[in-house]
Write a protein that binds this ligand. Sequence first.
Ligand code: DAT
Ligand code: MG
Length: 149
Amino acid sequence: MERTLIIVKPDAVQRGLTGEIIQRFEARGLRIVGMKFMQVSRELAEKHYEIHQGKPFFEGLVNYIVSSPVVVMALEGKNAVAAARKTIGATRPNEAEAGTIRGDLALEVGRNLVHGSDSVENGQIEVGNFFSPSELIAWSRATDPWIIE
Ligand code: DAT
Ligand code: MG
């Protein structure tokens, strides 16, 4: 089953939006298979944002993600990666559609509240970077047949 890594970023936690953001993914039907409150280390942040190394915003991006605690979630579901990205909205909140997390709750790219993996492959890799196997729980919900045909 497809998995995606969601990070409720420091601004979202500080603003008290953690519950609202989790709620949107839960309501979408994605199944939580891992979740924790944590402080991201600089080492993990640099690994997570490796692809952006060398870009002008890289240092600011790393400083932002390590600036305060985050909530990380591993979500599972059919097309989980694409579904979560749609729920999150465009990278720049001023371009994000109303109804998305960023479109409803954010204004700036450097304070865009939430991360979601951008491909199926990266979903697997990022979940592995943030969670040990024992922190991921395979389970089924009583509501699964009402969400997944
Ligand atoms: P996304 O988070 O939508 O996957 P991304 O992977 O392209 O976006 O970039 C990662 C983060 O880096 C993004 O959430 C915010 C920041 N970022 C991206 N492009 C930026 C830019 N041009 N200026 C400042 N920050 C930027
Ligand atoms: Mg990305």
